[in-house]
Design a protein around this ligand. Structure first.
Ligand code: ME8
Length: 650
């Protein structure tokens, strides 16, 4: 019988052409929670989707030479797109919403009208900056050095007609919700919201724009499109059928039990979203949980930083379950976590290959060897077995408490207590020794059944996080459907005619850390352009200063390596004055001294003299530098030998 409903959501994702493991984090966590609640017996609705409107998408589509709809279709539905990634990660969402879906568009127009009709949306002026040549509005913070971020030209003060939502009206109610209820978790996020956003004063929110068109049109005022966050947040109710006829589950599932969201979008979910719902007169979601970020090298994984980790590469190498497990086992859900390949491999080797994998392999191998895989009723129990059961019962209790509080890493830690204890139980009971003595067969039977039971119970607990692994384990032990539910996850010392085990390949083969790390690093290295050149100087040098630099053609009379230096060459140069000039240059890596004698080079000759390795250097030779496939390259500037020594370059 159903325990009732449980409605859980992920944020709806921006269609990104490079989804990374950080994106998958939230969806994997939501999936594990949805599976857990199903296991508990709830009627679950798990929603995810894509957030497809806005100026950014419009711009990207224009750059790609396609319509915005074609652009988003390709990323959402196309190969290696959003839906593909969720398939790869074994995500069990019940519904997928796209904000370009017709029913959602209609519903947003109705929601906007309702907010307008009840007086919470009014027309005003959006004051910002305007770039005339680009015909674009910008906010102060979008400008780059005070100029248009697109073309770099100066901007002017400008106003755009816009609709505003009376967010300020709901400030007190929202503050009360945050401070005096469990609405927002973890609790630390409450202070962030109140101190950073509510205390300084909530301003009314601009909720329509006229400066771009890729959005949901305000039907009663053409030219305006609905602000993307109003459009996006409403997905949580439109996907259930609110203000549309496509679905009819609103009454059944709303209010949501929890919205899982990344910490940077907690603000929208815990301030704007409740205020919108209050204005619409709708119940509020029961909880918003703001999880942390997966960082890579200390920074948030993001495409613009070039530090993304490709889930396809990792899933192919280590398997999807291992990846899901790693994310949820290693990092406490509310905090940030630093993703490293070492940590991933170490976790797989320790927790999965050594602990869980070994337990299953050893147990099934012994069951096969001593009983042909069939464990009959009976057996002789001992005190130690009671200890194992007591621990299993405790773990079950703690596991449920922690999962109910969304603490995946702590819940899994509990399960691993049981798995470790079961491994120790093998060492303590020594089935191989019992097997030598026919009289000890009943004891051996009980030991084997207890091990199978510990594995069965653990497999139930890990099934929300590693569904395929749990399934494989159930199959190897011959556990029927009724033995796979959370209700059945009670350790039983008297199992009867239940076990029909099979051996198989290791569930998690051990990974050769060094070899895999090298391979991963090569695969994950950000694709470098073949040729890299330094960006142009940001600062101008004034003309008079530049004219003071004296560049001359110089002829190489002699060139020698500098003793004890791997870098330096010492040049004797004819600079046209009749007196030899000595210049030292750090180019030994690229040139042999003898190949330069007789060449005509360019030097700046009015730098102050410098000493290097005890030798004087009077000027600097000019060379061109760039990088090729990450490696530094240098070419001395050589000019025609027809140019006399001392000729001035200007
Ligand atoms: O914010 N670690 O979409 P989005 C952990 N469309 N989580 C990460 C992450 C990382 N390195 N990078 C991204 C949006 N995320 C809006 C949501 S909801 C009405 C609208 C998480 O594609 C991020 O925190 O930028 C967010 O929860 C989710 O991925 C989608 O991010």
């Amino acid at each position: 019988m159903s325990k009732g409903t449980f409605y859980i959501t992920t944020p709806i994702y921006y269609p990104s052409d490079k989804l990374h493991i950080g994106h998958a984090y939230c969806t994997v966590a939501t999936d594990a929670m949805a599976r857990y609640k199903r296991l508990c017996g709830y009627d679950v609705m798990f929603l995810t989707g894509t957030d497809e409107h806005g100026m950014k998408i419009e711009d990207k589509a224009r750059d790609a030479g396609v319509t915005p709809k074609q652009y988003v279709d390709n990323i959402v539905e196309g190969p290696r797109g959003v839906k593909d990634l969720w398939k790869l990660m074994n995500i069990s969402n019940d519904r997928f919403i796209r904000t370009t879906d017709d029913y959602h568009v209609v519903a947003i127009q109705r929601i906007f009208k309702k907010l307008h009709d009840n007086g919470d949306i009014y027309k005003g002026k959006y004051v910002g900056k305007y770039c005339k040549p680009c015909e674009s509005f910008w906010t102060e913070s979008q400008l780059v050095d005070g100029k248009c971020p697109d073309c770099g030209r100066p901007v002017i003060d400008a106003e755009e007609e816009a609709y505003f939502f009376r967010l300020s009206k709901y400030a007190d109610k929202v503050r009360d919700l945050l401070e005096n209820t469990d609405f927002l978790q973890p609790r630390s996020r409450v202070n962030e919201m109140v101190n950073n956003f509510i205390k300084p004063g909530l301003e009314d929110l601009c909720v329509s724009r006229t400066s771009f068109t890729w959005g949901i049109p305000v039907d009663f005022d053409p030219g305006h499109v609905v602000y993307v966050w109003v459009d996006a947040l409403s997905n949580y109710i439109t996907a259930l059928g609110y203000a549309n006829d496509k679905y009819h589950d609103y009454d059944k599932y709303w209010p949501a039990d929890v919205h899982f969201v990344g910490k940077e979008i907690v603000r929208f979910h815990s301030i704007i979203w409740p205020a919108m719902l209050m204005s619409l007169g709708l119940p509020l979601p029961k909880k918003v949980y703001g999880h942390g970020w997966l960082n890579f090298g200390g920074e948030k994984m993001s495409k613009s930083r070039g530090n993304v980790v490709d889930p396809y590469i990792l899933a192919e190498k280590f398997g999807v379950d291992a990846l899901r497990f790693f994310m949820l086992r290693t990092f406490p859900f509310g905090a940030d976590g630093n993703f490293t390949n070492e940590l991933l491999i170490q976790t797989i080797n320790t927790d999965l290959a050594n602990d869980l994998g070994n337990l299953v392999s050893r147990t099934t191998a012994m069951a096969e060897k001593y009983f042909g895989g069939k464990l009959p009723a009976g057996g002789e129990l001992a005190e130690l077995d009671g200890e194992l059961k007591t621990l299993a019962d405790q773990v079950r209790e703690n596991y449920r408490t922690q999962m109910d509080a969304f603490q995946f890493s702590v819940a899994l830690n509990e399960v691993w207590q049981l798995i470790s204890r079961a491994n120790k139980y093998i060492d303590e009971t020594m089935p191989w020794a019992l097997a030598k003595d026919e009289a000890k067969k009943p004891r051996l039977l009980a030991v084997m059944k207890n091990l199978c039971e510990a594995i069965r119970v653990s497999a139930i607990f890990v099934s929300p996080v590693m569904p395929d692994t749990a399934e494989a384990i159930f199959q190897r032990l011959g556990v029927p459907a009724e033995g796979r539910t959370l209700e059945a996850a009670v350790f039983d010392l008297e199992t009867d005619g239940y076990w029909n085990t099979a051996t198989g390949a290791p569930l998690f083969p051990r990974i050769d850390m060094e070899k895999e790390l090298a391979e991963l690093e090569a695969l994950q290295a950000p694709a470098r352009p073949a040729i890299e050149i330094e960006p142009l100087a940001a600062e101008n040098v004034d003309f008079d200063t530049f004219c003071k630099s004296d560049f001359r053609a110089v002829k190489v009379k002699d060139c020698q390596p500098v003793k004890k230096s791997e870098k330096l060459l010492c040049f004797t140069l004819d600079d046209g004055t009749g007196t030899d000039r000595q210049i030292l240059s750090g180019i030994a890596k690229w040139y042999k001294p003898e190949e330069l004698v007789g060449k005509t080079l360019v030097a700046i000759v009015n730098l102050p003299p410098r000493k290097m390795m005890g030798l004087a250097s009077n000027g600097m030779l000019i060379s061109a530098v760039h990088k090729e496939k990450g490696e530094e390259k240098l070419n001395l500037l050589m000019v025609s030998d027809d140019i006399p020594a001392g000729a001035k370059l200007c």
